[in-house]
Every structure is written in structure tokens, then in C-alpha cells.
Design a protein around this ligand. Sequence first.
Ligand SMILES: [Mn+2]
Length: 359
Amino acid sequence: MLNKKSDSGMIEGNRTASALVAPSLQGQIDPKLVQQALHLIEQAQRIALLAHEHPDGDCLGSALGFAHILRQIGKDCVPVCADPTPDTFNFLPGLDTLQHTLGDEQFDLVIALDAGELSRFGAIYEQHKIFLQRVPLLNIDHHISSEGCGQVNIIDPTAAATGELLVLFQQQANLPLNKDAAMCLLTGMITDTSSFQFTNTTPRTMEAAAQLLRAGAIPEVIVRPIFRSRPLPQVRLKAMVITQAQTACDGRLIWSYATDETLAACGADATMDDNMSGSLRDIEGVQIAAFFKNYGDPRQTRLSLRSMEPYNAAEICLALGGGGHARAAGASIDMPIQEAMNTIVAMLQRTIEQQKTEA
Ligand SMILES: [Mn+2]
């Protein structure tokens, strides 16, 4: 790598570069795939980097972060996401370069990030189906369900985030990193691991994050907007939902609600009730948490359910005409809120009582 005849500036440059290479992060991606991906990148000048619909910190951080990396090797990069960016991510460096449509189809390469199916790119896919089928496409993702939608697919479900996978790629391909790229990629890792709390966090995740810190990323600038800072009306709404909570079955069952009156009393709007059922579930001793809401139409109540083992929230909600995951599910109930609460709470109580007699 070192050229004997290079001047001191060159050696200096190489020394800096080698200090930023982490040996433990080498060889994590199949070298053949890295070569193939680099080949696609080398042949391209104008590159679109796609973040999936309903964007989160990982797809946005990956599209913006990889753009920061590729711009340093002279590529024209256009990050694109079909849907609006939640205000939470306003701190992301380069967000002003994010487009919500492709604009034109003058791209030599498309890099699809954090999803393995083209349909996940929403309106971008709908509007450019034919183009996306013929343009060279590189797919980088970490979802276990990913099918791979590119000519070259780098898919690693053991990566906690696409951000982590991009650090591995950057390291192995010896691409430049800078502070802006590091901030974006760390945002992806912090989002998908909930600040390194989830069990998808591995030693390699931490080592990749360490590289980003060395490159200048500041975790607190990312964590504060994503996990801590909330508008006062939203905090008031959460406080009111917790205050109104009722319990049964020795605290194993908890439920609460919000209506138009609740929102008005807090100065909140309907977008501010995110994860209320999760907050209820996290109360000590709770095994089933139910959050009921009724905005607008008084005859329609929305249930959001969280459960701990052995209770299956998806099964319960499926029986109510809804669905979801084993630990988090929801349903719409054709009843006014008080009636819905009475009915569902009685049902959940029976579920817990039954479990007790079975155990
Ligand atoms: Mn992700």
C-alpha cells in the first residue's frame, strides 16, 4: 500500500488511513461481494441511494451516510425516500440533499438500502418500476426476510443495522469515512438497537460504532432527539394516559385510554400517542397492557395491545379482527370507547385467570 517514493504528505495520509482501519472488522463480508459492489460503484458517476418508505433512522442514516462516503470518491449522490422525514431526524447531516422523488432517471446505479424488496421503496418503486428493473442495482440490507433485489446483494441478518453493514463495507473496501457519514451511520445503529439495548447488539456492533466515534460521531446529538426530547403536549399526554390507567389481576393487566378530550386537555394531536401501550407494558408486574383510543368517530375504538410471555397479543387481536406480532398487536373495534374497554378488559381478565388455573 505504501509507495516508497511518496512524499511526506502521502505517508501522513496513509498513516491516518491505517489508524482508522479496525482489524476485527475485516473480512466480515464475502470479499467477492465487496469486489462486485465496488465494481458497480466504480462504473457509475451519478448514484441514487434509496431509503425505504415510512423511513426510520436506519434507512435514512444509511442512504445519507453512504452518500457522504461516495461523494468523497467523486460520485454524484442523490439520496431518495418516498415519504416525508419525521422531524426527529432533522439533525442528520445532509438531510437537505434528500429528495422525495427520483426527479429523473439519469442514474448509472441505484443502491437500495435497509430493505430487500423493491416494493418497500413505496412510491419510488411504483413510479419507476421499469427503470428499476433495468438499472444496475446494489442492495444492502440486514433483514432476515430479505430476498435481495439487486444484481449484487449484500445481506447480513447478523448485522444489527444496515448502518453496521455499511461500516463493514467501508472498512473492507477501504473507502473514506468522515464525521457526517459517521453521524448518519451511527444513527442507523442507535435506532435499530435502541441505543445498544436490544439483543441484536453484538461485539461487532460495538466495534463498528467505535470506528464511527473515532471518525467524529457524537452519540448524544443522535440520542437526544430520537429517545429523549419530546414536545411538552406529548409528555403531558403520556402523563395523563399513565394517570388514567387502571389495573386488574394483581397488576398483571393494565389499561388506559385517550379520546379527543384527552388530546384537547394536553394540547396534543393524534400523532403524539406513539407507544403508549409500550409505556404501560413497562410498568412492573404487567403482563398484558391495553391502550384504547377513540378520535373523531365515536363508534370506532382502536386497541393497541402489548404482552409478555406466555400471552400472545397477535392471537388475542386476531380474534378481534386485527393482527400484529406475538408481543405487539392491534385491532379496530366497532364500539364506543367505554363499551369497548368494558368488553375487552373483561376478556383479558378471563385470559389471565385461565392461564393461572392452567399453570
Ligand atoms: Mn434497519
